[in-house]
Design a protein around this ligand. Structure first.
Ligand code: 13P
Length: 253
């Protein structure tokens, strides 16, 4: 059991519209204790942020953006800034999600500059990292994770969260086993201690993501270095997401 407050974060990706997002939020609010033992966050797509943000006022659920631009403002069509996210109620932002790295060719340097922008704008970055199937098969998992973490070594704010999401487990129904995930989480904590010192590494929350479901969450969260989840598909269903949130809460109890 860890002393770190677990996080259950729902990454809604490019799903939902205003009506279905509102319904989901209502379902979550009904099923959540006013101040539970879990930090619950949702990451709607940009057009939904304002409305979802308004519905979350005076709720225990936090709001985040799925991405941001490194600059504060200016001629960057299609992008959003940290300030704009904060303005609609976001306190968090995903950075370096594998779908951004893949769909938009985002490299480690860009990801690092987004971490800087998030912190400058008062948002907590959730740094996403993870290996592809090919990298795992060629036994390069820890090398890739190390590279992605070290890329933010010089710029990471104290308040940062890391999400390990093996690319091969995202949306595939395949999950890393608790033991496989724990090996990477342990490695991340050890490397964090080397980069930022023991105290910060001990406090760092490291989430697992990749086909997390109500039936695999309890076993995963039992691992000592797994401090919560970044959930895609299952976070679109209030009942499933609540079951995952409660699994996190039980581990913290
Ligand atoms: P799934 O839970 O749908 O596999 O998605 C994981 C993810 O990418 C969360 O950011």
């Amino acid at each position: 059991m860890s002393l770190r407050l677990p996080i259950a974060a729902g990454n809604w990706k490019m799903n939902l519209d205003r009506a279905s997002a509102s319904e989901l939020v209502r379902g979550l609010r009904q099923g959540l204790a006013p101040r539970g033992a879990v930090e619950v966050l949702v990451f709607p797509s940009f057009p939904l942020l304002g409305e979802v943000g308004a519905e979350l006022v005076s709720s225990p659920i936090g709001l985040g953006g799925q991405d941001l631009h490194p600059e504060e403002s200016g001629a960057h069509t299609g992008d959003v800034s940290a300030g704009q996210l904060a303005d609609v109620g976001c306190g968090w932002v995903l950075v370096g999600h594998s779908e951004r790295r893949h769909d938009h060719q985002e490299g480690d340097d860009l990801v690092a500059s987004k971490v800087v922008a998030a912190a400058r704008g008062g948002l907590v970055p959730i740094l996403c990292l993870g290996e592809t199937l090919e990298e795992r098969r060629s036994d390069r998992t820890l090398e890739v994770i190390d590279r992605q973490l070290t890329a933010v070594a010089a710029v990471a704010p104290d308040e940062m969260v890391v999400a390990y999401e093996p690319v091969w487990a995202i949306g595939t129904g395949e999950t890393a086993s608790p033991e496989e995930a724990q090996v990477v989480h342990r490695f991340l904590r050890r490397r964090s201690a080397e980069l930022w010192g023991e105290a910060r590494a001990e406090a760092l929350r490291i989430l697992y993501g990749g086909s997390v479901k109500p039936d695999n969450a309890p076993d995963l969260i039992r691992e000592i270095d797994i401090d919560g989840f970044l959930v895609g598909g299952a976070s679109l269903d209030a009942e499933k997401f609540l079951a995952i949130i409660h699994a996190c809460g039980e581990s913290a109890a």
